[in-house]
Design a binder for this molecule. Structure first.
Ligand SMILES: C[S@@+](CC[C@H](N)C(=O)[O-])C[C@H]1O[C@@H](n2cnc3c(N)ncnc32)[C@H](O)[C@@H]1O
Length: 504
């Protein structure tokens, strides 16, 4: 800590600056000097929170750029990431605590001050940072980037926060409440509508509603980064030499010990890729599903209808290349279609083609043309909240119903485009009933030419353990028992939903 972060000088300085400050309470120091006063790791975390709340940025995209900009070493980068992501995930709990420590509604605070406070609270209550360092450093950061007046307010508020542990605060905040959803929303830092949706999803997918706490807790934990070696193209040897461990659920996968993945040449070359194990499992389950379709031209034709940015398309294309099949990877957004091409770059070119277009047109343009189709539908991503720390606060209940028509049209298009005897995998990284079971129900309604394959068994068949317990065997409705749902708290994957539909 530099001397200007020391207690006496800070208080003196804060007093002088506050008296002198303009209406916006900005420090009079030059911006470059102010920035230098802040600890770089905390500054990066703060800048990420600001970008998320002020510019609607995605934390996982901003973070690497800020880390590079401030030249953080590996340790500081880890600290900044834990701080920013933790503050974002914990925002619901932290804001409830802050509301008890600030003398006005949080909505009346300058958003920059609120972000600095959130960073302070996470350090004080959830990181192994000594309280005095959390306080001094956050106040120093605030003084450097916001101004002396606000830093005095932040100091006073964080002192109040530091008077109790997180558990004590949560007990106090939930004291007297009887609504389980409200309690979970505060203690596990999720919007109430998401708590309610996830609890309903657990029950509809045949699990116990009491698992909700474990599920919400899993959303709040930093996910381990998973790698996949593209079949026939990539090797994990380099990753294992670098300390990665074999993934326990699926072949050719590895778990990262942390740190910059760019140090692996196989990752740079694209033969080893970052991919959640849930995504690997559903892609492999489709590739291995039993077909009864007739091959007219000798090779299987596959389709990835919603391919961008290309994670599953790359794995499917590598599997297709191994099996002598070919895949069309479709994506409507041109820049995402380019990402698909980049993802495919390491795979022999005769195994794949990228199409830039609307998946809803494919069924009409190419009826009964494909043996295997993946519909990895645009969805709310409620199953990947641990990976996108800000998304739980940005998503709204209305998103679920807005996505419904598109999800249904894409699945209908796929069911037109699949050959008789071919299989469509309907996948979402959300377990929400409206995006999963309801979409499948609607697609099957009144159709006698479609049958559900046992998706749980299909996942088991491509897993290393052979017993993932992802099938929805306990679902209240028999038809739903053929679908499968992976869960972060059970499988340490994103909550991927899978239905396998065969056209008879
Ligand atoms: C869940 S993401 C797919 C993720 C991808 N399969 C992967 O593993 O990397 C859904 C994708 O669907 C695309 N999409 C949106 N509208 C679409 C449409 N009408 N037809 C096809 N794809 C669409 C989105 O642009 C997005 O890239």
């Amino acid at each position: 800590m530099t001397s200007e972060h020391g207690g006496v000088r800070r208080r003196d300085s804060a007093g002088r600056e506050r008296n002198r400050a303009t209406g916006r309470n900005r420090t009079t120091a030059a911006p470059s000097q102010r920035t230098r006063a802040a600890d770089p790791a905390r500054l990066v975390a703060y800048e990420v929170l600001r970008a998320v709340s002020a510019d609607d940025a995605y934390a996982n995209l901003v973070m690497p750029a800020r880390i590079r900009h401030h030249h953080l070493d590996r340790r500081d980068a880890g600290f900044a990431t834990e701080l920013a992501y933790g503050a974002l995930r914990g925002q619901g709990s932290y804001d409830a605590i802050l509301a008890r420590c600030v003398d006005r509604p949080l909505s009346e605070l300058d958003p920059a001050i609120l972000d600095a406070l959130r960073i302070g609270v996470h350090q004080l209550l959830a990181m192994r940072v000594p309280a005095h360092a959390a306080l001094d450093q956050t106040v120093g950061l605030a003084r450097a980037v916001i101004g002396a007046g606000p830093s005095a307010l932040i100091n006073a508020v964080l002192r109040r926060v530091s008077a109790q542990s997180l558990q004590e605060w949560l007990a106090q905040l939930t004291d007297g409440l009887t609504d389980d959803v409200k309690i979970a929303s505060i203690t596990e830092s999720h919007p109430e509508w998401i708590v309610r949706s996830l609890r309903q999803a657990l029950v509809a997918h045949g699990r116990d509603a009491a698992e909700i706490t474990a599920l919400l807790e899993a959303d709040n934990a930093a996910p381990v980064v998973n790698l996949v070696a593209l079949p026939g193209l990539g090797s994990l040897d380099e990753a294992f030499d670098a300390g990665f461990t074999p993934g326990p659920l699926v072949i050719d996968s590895a778990l990262s010990p942390g740190g910059d993945l760019g140090r692996l040449s196989s990752v740079r070359e694209g033969t080893v890729r970052v991919q959640d194990v849930g995504s690997q499992l559903v892609a492999r389950a489709l590739a291995a599903a039993e077909l009864t379709s007739e091959r007219t031209d000798g090779e299987e034709r596959w389709l990835d209808m919603c391919a961008g940015p290309g994670g599953k398309a790359a794995l499917l294309a590598a599997l297709a290349a191994e099996q002598g099949a070919w895949i069309l990877a479709n994506e409507p957004t041109p820049h995402r279609a380019r990402l698909v091409e980049q993802a495919m770059a390491a795979i022999p070119e005769d195994a794949w083609t990228v199409r830039t277009g609307d998946g809803r047109d494919v069924g009409r343009e190419h009826p009964e043309s494909f043996d295997r189709i993946l519909v990895d539908a645009p969805c709310t991503g409620l199953g990947a909240l641990r990976r996108r720390p800000e998304s739980r606060w940005r998503r709204q209940l209305s998103d679920v119903s807005e996505l419904g028509p598109l999800q249904r049209e894409l699945l209908d298009s796929a069911l037109s485009a699949v050959k008789r005897g071919g299989v469509v995998a309907y996948v979402t990284c959300s377990p929400h009933i409206a995006e999963t079971l309801a979409v499948v129900d609607d697609a099957l309604r009144g159709r006698t030419d479609l049958e559900l394959l046992d998706a749980g068994a299909a996942l088991d068949a491509v897993s290393l353990t052979g017993k993932l317990d992802a099938g929805n065997a306990g679902s209240p409705l028999p038809v739903h028992r053929m679908t499968a749902q992976l869960w972060p708290h059970l499988h340490q994957t994103d909550a991927m939903f899978l239905a396998l539909i065969r056209k008879l």
